[in-house]
Design a protein around this ligand. Structure first.
Ligand SMILES: [Zn+2]
Length: 113
């Protein structure tokens, strides 16, 4: 129990990883708002490296903040276009031209049926 601590992912490390991801997404948003998209995208890349290294799950709130095809940061009217259709939000990525579809009301689940 006392050995093999090195290289282990402690809860603390995972918390730190989560904080860093928050910071990186904040920075990415700032850069995107200033129309520095390559920089915004680099922050997304750094955040992805962290959650891959620590094997943490991508926080749901960030899943719609970047393109899953090219990993570009998505900021409506700056780096993507948003349309709503059939209860889904569609994000058109301006970087790669592909699109993502997200459910409109995630929290409500099946209330609409
Ligand atoms: Zn894309």
């Amino acid at each position: 129990m006392t050995r093999g601590r090195r290289g282990k992912r402690t809860k603390e490390m995972i918390n730190i990883a989560g904080e860093r991801i928050d910071i990186l997404f904040d920075l990415a948003e700032e850069e995107a708002r200033a129309h520095n998209l390559p920089r915004a995208n680099r922050y997304v890349e750094l955040a992805r490296k962290i959650w891959m290294r620590y094997n943490v799950r991508i926080p749901a709130r960030y899943r719609r903040r970047y393109c899953k095809h090219c990993h570009a940061y998505l900021l409506p009217s700056v780096s993507c276009r948003v349309r709503v259709s059939n209860g889904k939000i569609i994000y058109f990525c301006e970087n790669c031209g592909d699109y993502l579809r997200m459910p409109l009301l995630r929290e409500k689940k099946r209330d609409l049926r």
